[in-house]
Every structure is written in structure tokens, then in C-alpha cells.
Design a protein around this ligand. Sequence first.
Ligand SMILES: CC/C=C\C/C=C\C/C=C\C/C=C\C=C\C(=O)SCCNC(=O)CCNC(=O)[C@H](O)C(C)(C)COP(=O)(O)OP(=O)(O)OC[C@H]1O[C@@H](n2cnc3c(N)ncnc32)[C@H](O)[C@@H]1OP(=O)(O)O
Ligand SMILES: Cc1cc2nc3c(=O)[nH]c(=O)nc-3n(C[C@H](O)[C@H](O)[C@H](O)COP(=O)(O)OP(=O)(O)OC[C@H]3O[C@@H](n4cnc5c(N)ncnc54)[C@H](O)[C@@H]3O)c2cc1C
Length: 551
Amino acid sequence: MFVPTLMGQCTPEQQAYWLPRALDMQIIGTYAQTELGHGTFIRGLETTATYDPETETFVMNSPTLTSYKWWAGGLAKTVNYCIVVAQLYTKGVCHGTHPFIVQIRDEETHMPRPGVKVGDIGPKLGFNTADNGYLGFDNYRIPRDNMMMKNAQVLKDGTYVKVARHGKATYGTMVFVRVLLVNEAAFNLAKACTIAVRYSAIRRQCSPDSEGSELQVLDYSTQQHKLFICIATAHALQLNSTWLWKTFSDTLAAIKQGNVDTLPELHALSSCLKALSTADAASLIEQCRHACGGHGYMMSSGLPYLYAFVTATRTYEGDYTILLLQTARFLVKAYEQVEAGKPLTPTVSYLSQAFTGKKLPWDSSPDGIIRAFQALAAGKLSSTVKSLRKRLESGLSYEQAWELSTIQLNGAAEAHCRAVMSQNYKSEIERLTVNSSPNVKLVLQQLYKVYLYYWALERTGDLLLYTSISESDIFELQLRYEGLLKEIRPNAVGIVDAFDLRDEVLHSALGSYDGNVYERLMAEAQKSPLNAEPVNQTFHTYLKPMMKGKL
Ligand SMILES: CC/C=C\C/C=C\C/C=C\C/C=C\C=C\C(=O)SCCNC(=O)CCNC(=O)[C@H](O)C(C)(C)COP(=O)(O)OP(=O)(O)OC[C@H]1O[C@@H](n2cnc3c(N)ncnc32)[C@H](O)[C@@H]1OP(=O)(O)O
Ligand SMILES: Cc1cc2nc3c(=O)[nH]c(=O)nc-3n(C[C@H](O)[C@H](O)[C@H](O)COP(=O)(O)OP(=O)(O)OC[C@H]3O[C@@H](n4cnc5c(N)ncnc54)[C@H](O)[C@@H]3O)c2cc1C
């Protein structure tokens, strides 16, 4: 995050000075925004940067314990510089949060600078290879030039000058990382399902009849139900990630031309896609662990590490709930645009159907299911706006009405995102397989159908509300889904092999390409320190005295 912020928030002159040093590793930096007391609410951050025109410096200060920067990766022992997000004060006026480049350790000795308190925040559920740290300032001075001045400036005499064309320019790095995280979610889910599917092809357990041999667990329908949605989702996230990256790049190019019109839609898309992709990836990686029984619980399976690593993405770079609420904010505005007869942006153009007042006729084709997801999203949004307005009519303020409706708002945002992801998944597969062999087309179509059928069956309640789907339609869809799993089974191992993930990347005794699971599990077990000697010294110091009643 350090380098992207230098690129996004510095003037060209500042970039010319800082970027080469950062890219050359002469300086190592991190992005310190979150504090002990605030992560989501950026406007509530307490660290201050007060400009002193006498010395042309900013005085960095941590006025309270809760103002200490907390969490930044590498902050504890690695970095010697930080991008610090602080409340900017000049001429007695607070201008809100702005980014500053702050040296925190000596470039030669690596000792913390006077006025800087820095340390490690302690063990975490995962990410323990990163030294996430804390940082406090005691009236620590930095040169005026260390304010990142692309979007706002403080002149030598302390005059504040706003430069950015849009109010949230300083939030740009977060949008960039959120876009990257969709791709990271896809990559890590692909690793987990490669491990789980390969292991499920090796593992034999239970024989349906007394004479027969034990079945590969991958042959069981319930195992296919657990795992094939994981494969389908890994592809869905990867294709949505590529689509979102292009949307991001197009928006950035437009902003460079002075056109910020598409930024709100990008913020809404990056928010909900980051939220859903990281939440789906984390829960499906856990599902891959469940599918591997006891051996999935071994660190040597690679699955606990993947889960601990990915589940954090639901929180950092914007908490799941918060980002969905950002998308909901955009959707409510889009709904009002439909009412006013104004044109809609592409990803919300389906909302016009919210005003037909009729249930969408059920169509179980892939395109029909995608339309049903859109009808579901439009219906949930319409119902949410109705709740909002009912609360406003009761005399509540907009903020109060909004807060009371946030559960529904999040549901509408999630439904919108599922519809967008499903649409992108199918259209990207069709675009990319135009010249593919019939077999490749068939397999990839089977996977997006798994995704569509799975989520339709997960959302039958909503589909009954907003489409004409019947009980028998649901019964037929369930049978079709279960039949599709059996069609995919023969290709399942080949499909995860196609992720082309090397053993060194998987780090898994269960998922290695050669399938020698049991030999690898035993080899990993031998590495346990407890196997260094036949009798551990704790027998003599604790067990034996206890057995003799001497403890
Ligand atoms: C599997 C993963 C593997 C590897 C990953 C690799 C690397 C990662 C490894 C480790 C983690 C590393 C780093 C982690 C870093 C961090 O976590 S950095 C800190 C991140 N923190 C956040 O994301 C905080 C979240 N909070 C916010 O973004 C904001 O507070 C807010 C919730 C958006 C609210 O902001 P605010 O109160 O200022 O604004 P609102 O009043 O809600 O909205 C005002 C208008 O502004 C628009 N808006 C808001 N944000 C943006 C934006 N980013 N871009 C564009 N526009 C924005 C908003 O839509 C409103 O517009 P309006 O409706 O028209 O008024
Ligand atoms: C592994 C990891 C690495 C990180 N790396 C960095 C880093 O490098 N730099 C950095 O600056 N930060 C980093 N962070 C911090 C991260 O950005 C924050 O944890 C994140 O933004 C969430 O903020 P918070 O922790 O204050 O949670 P909170 O915002 O306090 O959330 C707690 C709960 O309150 C809910 N909540 C909060 N506000 C609202 C609201 N308005 N409406 C409804 N519910 C609400 C949330 O949904 C959540 O359920 C990292 C975090 C982790 C876990």
C-alpha cells in the first residue's frame, strides 16, 4: 500500500523524490491509517498534523491512547517510513484527514526517531509472518514537503489549498487495493479447492456394500456439493476480478481527463465485490477444510493457513458490512434516478424492472436465472426504500431511518452484487471461449451453471417473493443441480489441475500433484519436535510425579 499511495497521492515532484527510493528499497514503508480506536470511521481518526509556519513543519501528535496507529503491516520492526493519515490543522482550522510521509526509524541504525513510539501488536489468528505494529507520536516534526500534496496543499504561510476534483481523492488507494483483493480471493480459493479435490480423489472411505471396495470420497454427492461450488466460485471471482480491474482502469483514465462521473459506480462495485469475494472465499476455504476431515485440520494440509490468511480480507481494506452499506448508498440513489426517469449506469440498468409491479416469469435457463437474480435485487431494493420512506414519514431523521434499515440495505447490496457477479461470470465465459474446443466450453459452462443453480437454490425464499418460481420448479432445479454435479465428477481433478498451481505454491501434504498423501502426512509428522526423543522430559517432571501422587 505504500508505493500505490506514493503514486496516487504525491505530486510529480514528490514522486520523483520518493518513488525511486521506495522501489529501490532504500526506504521501506507502510500505510498507517487505522488507529486503536478507529478503523472504519476514517473521519474519526485522532492523530493530528498541525502546521507551524514558523518552522515550515507539521507537528505529528497522538493526543490519546486510542489515537495510536494500530495494525499497519510491517510497522513494528520492518519499516523506516510510514504514510500516516492524520487530521490536518493549519491556521487553527481542521481540514480533515490527509496523508503524510513520516520517517519513523533512522535509515542507518533503524532506531526509532525521538518522539516516535513503535512496537508490535502481538499474535493474530493468522498473518503472523507480518509484523503488524502500533505507532504513537509525541509532537514529532516533519517537513512541510512531507505532506502528500497531489489532492491538497498547505503553502509555506499555512494557507490550505484544495486541488482534487472529487471529495474522496485521498481514499483512492483503498479502492485500488479492494480491486486487487478480488483477485487475491480467487487465487487463494483456487489453492484450497485444488487441495481438497485432489485429496478427495485419493481418500477412500466407506463401502456402500460389504463386499465392495471403499469409495473415493469425491464420488459422494455431498462431497461434490461441498467442493464443486468452490471451483465454480474461484472461476467466478477470477473473471469478475479481471472485469473490475478494467472498470478501475477506465475510471482512472477518465479521472486523468478530469471526468469523475464513473467514480461513484466504481466505488460501489469495488466495495461490494471486495466484500462478497473475500467473504465467499473465506467461507468456501473453510468448506474445503471441512471436506478433508481430520487431515484438513492439520497445518501440513495448508488449509488452516489459507483460511487464517484469507478470512482477514473480510475485515481489512474495509469491513464487509461497511462496504456493502457503501454500495447500498449508491443503489438507493440509482432507485431514485429510475423514479425520476433519469438514465442509469450499466450495472444498475436492471433496476427499472423494480417498477413493473409484477413478478418476473420464472425461466430456469442460465440467462433466466441471471434475470431472476436481478429481479430479486430490484425487489429487495424496492422493499428497502419502502421501509426507509415509511420511517421518514413517521418523523425520523434520514440518518435514523437509514440506520434502522441497514439490515435490509445490506441484503439489497448483497443481492445486487450476486447479480452482477453472475452476469459477469456467464458473459466472460462466453466471450473467452468463442474459439475454445467444445469440451472446454462444455466444462466451463457446467461450472457457471453450478454457480447459478447453487445460488438460486440458496435464495429460493427470495425467488418465491420476486419471481413466479413454483414449488415444482424448485424441485426440478434441485434434481438438475444434483445431476450436474455427477456430470462434472469425471473432470473434477483435471479442472483443478488446470489452475496449474505448483506443489511449492500449494504447501500441502494433501494437495501435492503426486497424490502421495499418506507418505507426506507421515513425513510432516516426523518434523514435530515431540518426535525428537522417545520419552519427553515432561514425563519425569510432571507425569511420573503425578502418577506417584507426588504433585
Ligand atoms: C487474500 C489476500 C491476500 C493478499 C492480499 C495482499 C495484501 C493485503 C495484505 C494485508 C493487508 C494490508 C493492508 C491493509 C490495509 C488496510 O486495511 S488500510 C485501512 C483500510 N480502511 C478502510 O477501508 C476504512 C473503511 N472506511 C471508509 O472507507 C470510509 O470511512 C467510509 C466507510 C467509506 C465512509 O467514509 P466517509 O464517512 O468519509 O464518507 P461517507 O459520508 O460514507 O460518503 C461520502 C461520499 O464519499 C463517497 N466515497 C466514500 N469512499 C469513497 C471511495 N473510496 N471512493 C470514492 N467515493 C467514496 C461515498 O460514496 C459518498 O458519496 P455520496 O453518496 O455521493 O455522498
Ligand atoms: C490482517 C490485517 C491487516 C491490516 N493491515 C492494515 C494496514 O496495513 N494499515 C491500516 O491502516 N489498517 C490495517 N488493518 C486494519 C483494518 O483496516 C481495520 O481493521 C478495518 O478497517 C476495520 O476497522 P476496525 O478494526 O476498527 O473495526 P470496526 O470498524 O470497529 O468494526 C467492528 C464492528 O463494528 C461494525 N461497524 C463499524 N462501524 C459500523 C457502522 N457505521 N454501521 C454498522 N456497523 C458498523 C463492523 O461491521 C464490525 O462488525 C489491518 C487489519 C487486519 C485484520
